[in-house]
Design a protein around this ligand. Sequence first.
Ligand SMILES: Cc1ncc(COP(=O)(O)O)c(C=O)c1O
Length: 335
Amino acid sequence: MTTSRGSDSWYARPAARAWTCAPARARVHAFHASLDGYAATPLIELPAVAVQLGVGRVLVKDESARLGLPAFKVLGASWAIRQVLSLWPAGAHVLLVAATDGNHGRAVARMARLFGQRALVFVPDGVHPAAVAAIAAEGAQVNHVAGAYDEAVPSWIVEGYSTLFAEIDVQLPALRAGPPSLVVVPVGVGSLAQAAVAHYRSKPAGAGAALLAVEPDTAAGVLASLTRGELVSVPTGVTIMAGLNCGTPSSLAWPYLREGLDGAVAVTDADSAAALRELAGHGIAAGPCGAAALAGARAALTGEGAGARRGALAIGPDATVVLICTEGADANPPP
Ligand SMILES: Cc1ncc(COP(=O)(O)O)c(C=O)c1O
């Protein structure tokens, strides 16, 4: 379904709200909460922005200071590393991790041995036993993964992102807000959006929010894939939204994005820069990727053709909109 933003910058699929999938493991949030320096990132209400967007409430999930780093990404990395380390005996030191169908893993294992370190090599099903034995003979720990490597470490990273959405579940009632009507997610390869889909589409049918992906217009691989109905790559250019500059969606994320996203929109650098300035005016020091969430909400909910787009997302004047502001202003300082 497309509306008057043009099929190259807008996509909607209302049926996505009825799709369901399994949730992330519940212990992810507890793991993050056990880390030194953990605190839920703020969920900040911006009433003036709600008026502009013609909705009831706008809340910004501000990831500018997450476990001491200026972006949400450490949620995924910390959980994935925890999972990897849990495969080793306690007290192990440096670990080189590789995913391989043979040669690369053996090379990593050899180098690890030469440098006196350990290696952990993920081997997908179907690799010849002799190749597996050769890697093990280099002293590496070999771990079989069902299916492809794509289903191991990246899925832990995605699972790690679930904490961000679990926090929102706790924060909204504390702000006397109901469940979100719309959650807006900046998208690069789509792993964070996959986590959003897994979170909201694993709730009882009908309770899910509309989920909107936002990409730079110069790297809108998810929008192009959704529009075509198949995973495609697009050429990328230069954008201030550096973390979103990805032309090929994650193949692991793709089934979730295809089935579970209600909408996708492309925004320009100028849109992001304007949103960044606006957020700064409200005291939120967002980076360009984080500000893309506000730019995307504005592109979807206002302007020519907004009525049809709002209809597709089921957004009325009382809607609660959550913007995932994925990075702070100092996440990607100029070189
Ligand atoms: C700040 C920021 N926001 C959003 C994203 C998009 O995440 P994903 O690649 O999982 O779609 C990234 C990815 O690098 C990022 O760095």
